[in-house]
Ligand binder design. Structure first.
Ligand SMILES: NC(=O)c1ccc[n+]([C@@H]2O[C@H](COP(=O)([O-])OP(=O)(O)OC[C@H]3O[C@@H](n4cnc5c(N)ncnc54)[C@H](OP(=O)(O)O)[C@@H]3O)[C@@H](O)[C@H]2O)c1
Length: 256
């Protein structure tokens, strides 16, 4: 798909949705700035994107490292102004959650988004243009007992994007909140429960890129999962708490 964006930063590009987005955008005349932590997987994505004609800058960086993210993103943006940033890096907690694991997931999934987009906001404001896409999740519409920190972080990411959008619009900057259902990636491969409407990362990347191209405020997909998430969030908690508890109990009983 042809895109209006010329320079695109994607975090979490070494795997899953981020890697699929990088490959989706890779083409002649496109500059990609890719980050991840695993050098080998990041290099493989870089090579695949270069094969498609893109100019690629790739660097390993932990999104929780505020100073390192500031330095890296500011240097990249000073060289070639970034048109689109996709704050995609994220992880989920498997099994029981401890205070430490909750803090870690919030630091990566929420703090990482902040550390990715804030270094670019002043420069985009000055240029009077730019687009910011943040990866939330349908799991963020309602606190889930089986994903305490994940649902809390994704809920906050959605609120962050929605809160920034009106103000940034007046500077010519678009904000897109992306809320996928289950996508087949290493993050979900370990889930021991059935995942309705599971979708490939390639298909998800194409859907996400189309929404970003249209500067859609929010993208919720696939539709049946979006309706379930919306219902869970909209119905009173006295009704949804027992339902969610039952679901959580069922999930625990599934073999891993
Ligand atoms: N898969 C789904 O069903 C689904 C649904 C809704 C939302 N999402 C969201 O979509 C995003 C991508 O998920 P995915 O499914 O593609 O997962 P994935 O395949 O596990 O990829 C996650 C990516 O994030 C990077 N990452 C994790 N922690 C990081 C850190 N501290 N610093 C820098 N990079 C870090 C990983 O880098 P390394 O591998 O190099 O460490 C990897 O590139 C996440 O934000 C996730 O929450 C996924």
């Amino acid at each position: 798909m042809a895109t209006k964006f010329r320079s695109i930063l994607i975090t979490g590009a070494s795997s899953g949705i981020g890697a699929a987005l990088a490959r989706h955008y890779a083409a002649k005349d496109i500059t990609l700035f890719l980050t991840g932590r695993d050098q080998t997987r990041l290099d493989a994505v870089k090579a695949a994107c270069e094969e498609r004609g893109a100019a690629v800058f790739a660097a390993t960086a932990d999104v929780t490292d505020k100073e390192a993210m500031d330095r890296l993103i500011s240097a990249w943006d000073a060289g070639i102004p970034i048109d689109l940033v996709i704050a995609n890096a994220g992880l989920s907690q498997k099994g029981e959650e401890s205070r430490e694991s909750v803090e870690k997931i919030i630091a990566v999934n929420l703090g990482g988004v902040i550390n990715t987009i804030y270094p670019l906001i002043p420069a985009m404001k000055k240029r009077g243009c730019g687009q910011i896409a943040v990866l939330s999740s349908l799991a963020g519409f309602r606190g889930m007992p089986t994903a305490v920190s994940y649902s809390a972080a994704k809920n906050a990411v959605r609120a962050l994007g929605d809160a920034l959008r009106p103000t940034l619009k007046s500077y010519g900057i678009g904000v897109n909140v992306i809320c996928p259902g289950f996508i087949k990636t290493p993050l979900t491969d370990v889930n021991p429960f059935p995942m309705p409407f599971l979708m490939s990362a390639e298909k998800a990347a194409a859907i996400i890129a189309r929404a970003i191209e249209k500067n859609k405020k929010r993208l919720l997909f696939p539709l049946p999962m979006a309706i379930s998430a919306w219902l869970l969030a909209s119905l009173p908690v006295w009704l949804t708490d027992p339902l969610i508890t039952k679901m959580a109990h069922k999930k625990r009983k599934m073999p891993s």
